[in-house]
Design a protein around this ligand. Structure first.
Ligand SMILES: C[S@@+](CC[C@H](N)C(=O)[O-])C[C@H]1O[C@@H](n2cnc3c(N)ncnc32)[C@H](O)[C@@H]1O
Length: 503
């Protein structure tokens, strides 16, 4: 079991102090406003400092932990009371500032509903973060939080828990939470977040699934160090896996069958290489071949190699943000060599781009697991709910594969049709028609005129076979021929949620 940074009494005292000062997500937003909270996340501290106030514990905590300002020792002692200042210093939460007073030793961010996240602060001086830097809640963390299926489960596992943000959320719908990390330092931060939240998780140190080998879970999530780089030891634990290229994504896929209980779901973030001469979908699909799992891998973004390398060098502070991308800032000589080695490796591997995505796997004992690798760029709130519905639709399609023709269908609520037409001597000539979902995954895709006619008739009253008979007669085509062409389209439309079986 991993120790938190403070003992149980210290945790209780710190929680009392933070609650008493209203240093909570709502308390801070109430004082400085949501816009200042968002600006501080982008490291523009000015609005937070302007609105923090000066002489109460909440002002001190905002200036100390969010505004990165040194504060008088007496004010910090008052803000942290009943936790003694010496105990906060011993835990590394605050440290004496070189110029006098006290500064934050760690990031302490109010998060969610009465939770706090501990993480390392960015280095005070320009230069890279420490090798075992513990990351706070970032964009990738939020992406996985939003994408996680939140159905109640008995057991959940967070691989590479870091500050513990995923595990905090898992504990809201899992009876038992286990979290692993390679870094002992990260596990201590996670243990502190759990204790402050009054949650109990099992924390185990080790390489991804290795410390929980032989155990199975209903839900597994991971925001791993997914950055695709040259082989070699991990330079920064939160970013690098020590595996070459995109191997970590493949390795997690290979571990999934052994980690998942029957019906269990695994979701993780991954980067994958787009290699010349190989469709990226093929490369990613190969990760799941023969696994027996249903798999849905979705690509959310694509980066060119230079922007990718610059992004991750800037992320660890090895290169100014935007260096090499037009800001005029030049990386140092040492940074240039790191950048060049990385880009040379990409060139040698014929890497043309890198995809950022999400992998969703489900273990269900079926003979023909579905495998989809596709783009889904549209932003989606509560993506996890949509992922659960996607798997439900796959189950429905599997159960009704042989009787799709006898089902009655209804269009999705708020389904939109976009038409593009050119105007000519004979009036408007429709060039393209697109269906768009106004909610959910907001798919927007072209539709063939005949399929559109079918969709238009989906009012839940007539089985598909009946709809096709009418269409076949109207167009003078054999019914069977039409059915052969239409059934795969109908399955696709059901899969994406444009139409669904009528109740
Ligand atoms: C990108 S951070 C994610 C942290 C957190 N789960 C989140 O969502 O923000 C990746 C985490 O994986 C951990 N890690 C790196 N290599 C690992 C390995 N081989 N096995 C387990 N954890 C590892 C790092 O220490 C780090 O805490």
């Amino acid at each position: 079991m991993t120790d938190a940074l403070l003992d149980a009494d210290g945790i209780a005292r710190l929680r009392d102090a933070l609650r008493g000062a209203q240093y909570t997500r709502t308390g801070v937003a109430g004082r400085i406003g949501e816009a200042a909270v968002a600006a501080a996340r982008r490291r523009d501290l000015r609005p937070a400092l302007r609105a923090a106030g000066t002489d109460d514990p909440l002002a001190t905590l905002i200036r100390l932990f969010i505004g990165e300002q040194n504060q008088p020792a007496t004010a910090v002692a008052r803000a942290l009371h009943p936790l003694p200042l010496a105990a906060a210093q011993a835990a590394g939460l605050v440290v004496p500032a070189p110029g006098g007073g006290i500064r934050a030793g760690l990031d302490l961010e109010p998060y969610g509903d009465g939770w706090w996240i501990l993480a390392d602060r960015p280095p005070a001086a320009p230069g890279p973060v420490r090798a075992d830097h513990v990351l706070g809640v970032g964009g990738a963390s939020a992406t996985l939080v939003n994408a996680t299926v939140r159905a109640p489960v008995r057991s959940a596992l967070d691989l590479g828990t870091g500050c513990g943000v995923q595990a905090l959320h898992l504990a809201t719908h899992a009876t038992r939470v286990t979290a692993t990390d390679l870094s002992r330092r990260a596990l201590r931060f996670a243990a502190t977040a759990a204790a402050l939240a009054g949650q109990e998780w099992e924390l185990v140190q080790g390489d991804f699934a290795q410390p929980v080998a032989g155990r199975r879970y209903d839900l597994v999530v991971s925001n791993p160090p997914f950055v695709a780089g040259p082989p070699g030891p991990a330079a920064f634990t939160y970013r690098d896996s020590g595996r070459a290229g995109d191997r970590v994504g493949a390795e997690l896929a290979a571990a999934a069958p052994g980690l998942l209980a029957e019906g269990g779901t695994m979701q993780y973030l991954a980067n994958w290489l787009h290699v010349a001469g190989q469709p990226w979908q093929e490369r990613v699909a190969a990760w799941f071949a023969g696994s027996g799992l249903c798999a849905w891998a979705i690509q959310r973004e694509v980066s060119d190699p230079q922007s990718y390398v610059d992004l991750w060098l800037a992320d660890v502070g090895e290169q100014p943000a935007g260096a090499g991308t037009g800001t005029g800032q030049r990386p140092s000589t040492r940074d240039t060599s790191r950048r060049e080695a990385w880009l040379d490796w990409f060139d040698a591997q014929k890497v043309e781009a890198v995809g950022f995505g999400l992998v969703c796997l489900r273990r269900s004992e079926v003979a023909d697991p579905v495998l989809r690798v596709e783009e889904l760029r549209q932003p989606t709130d509560r993506l996890g709910d949509q992922i659960a519905l996607w798997f439900e639709r796959q189950d429905w399609l599997r159960a009704h594969r042989t009787d799709l023709l006898s089902q009655r269908y209804r269009t999705a609520p708020g389904l939109l049709l976009h038409q593009e037409a050119t105007h000519g001597p004979d009036g408007w000539l429709v060039q393209q028609q697109r269906l768009q979902l106004s909610g959910g995954l907001r798919w927007n895709e072209p539709v063939d005129p005949l399929v559109l006619e079918l969709v238009s008739g989906c009012d839940g009253s007539v089985p598909l076979a009946g709809q096709l008979a009418v269409l076949a007669a109207a167009h003078g085509v054999p019914e069977e021929e039409l059915a052969d062409a239409a059934v795969p389209s109908v399955a696709h439309l059901v899969e994406r949620g444009f139409i669904a079986a009528a109740p």
